[in-house]
Write a protein that binds this ligand. Structure first.
Ligand code: ZN
Length: 234
């Protein structure tokens, strides 16, 4: 007698970006690089990874897709204003009222969904494109998003943001970083923030400027796979 395969219910993570990353770094845009990293992760076997783009119909998130997304990953920079207020409101409702996980990356800090969810200006003290390196460190080793991540690693970082970040107090800050300026001075910053927003889990990761291949870095890929699994409603 043939055994019927068990059909475990798959989870869905949607990875959204706006199509402005330079093709020389991200030939298929940032969301495809992030999705490739998620798909190759052993932690992601129960997940369907779906790409969404600003230029897709309904800005990449028609109702049926947003309704089935367990986690939404968002990278945007230059085209925040083109995202409809109505879509941003639907995303915020999915997080707050229905527990969809949300992961905002780098310049998504000024995106409409991020600002709605945080309810604060979401500005940093400074933005400096100095093409230096940032050392990222795990600051809460027991945090699920830090599982298996190297305690310290270095990324090429075209652009740094300086603390403070104008957001509500975080429930956890599992990653921090040190940026060494050209004159040798060291600047410390928080790199990863966790909140609970209504019913939803929310993670923000600061590094990720589009002119550095940060989303190909194996440790960053581990962080994002862990973050997806952390953000899903349990
Ligand atoms: Zn940037």
């Amino acid at each position: 007698m043939q055994q019927l395969p068990m059909t475990a219910a798959k989870k869905t993570v949607v990875v959204w970006s706006e199509g402005t990353a330079p093709a020389v770094i991200y030939p298929n845009d940032i969301n495809a690089a992030i999705a490739d990293g998620l798909r190759e992760s052993a932690a992601m076997t129960i997940w369907d990874v779906v790409l969404a783009n600003l230029t897709d119909p309904e800005q990449g998130l028609p109702d049926h897709l947003l309704a089935k997304a367990d986690v939404l990953v968002w990278w945007g920079h230059e085209r925040h204003a083109e995202v409809s207020d109505e879509l941003a409101a639907r995303i915020a409702k999915r997080v707050r009222a229905e527990g969809m996980g949300f992961i905002a990356l780098h310049s998504a800090h000024f995106s409409k969904p991020n600002r709605l969810l945080m309810g604060t200006p979401c500005s940093f003290a400074a933005y400096v494109c100095d093409n230096r390196e940032t050392v990222i460190r795990v600051s809460e080793a027991g945090h699920p998003i830090a599982t298996g991540v190297a305690s310290e690693f270095t990324i090429g970082n075209e652009e740094r943001y300086s603390d403070p970040y104008a957001v509500p107090p975080a429930a956890a800050t599992p990653f921090c970083g040190t940026h060494v300026h050209q004159d040798g001075t060291r600047e410390e910053s928080i790199q990863g923030y966790c909140w609970t927003v209504g019913q939803g889990n929310y993670f923000y990761f600061q590094a990720g400027h589009e002119t550095s291949p940060i989303y190909f870095h194996p440790e960053v890929r581990k962080i994002l796979a862990n973050a997806v699994n952390w953000a899903v409603k349990h």
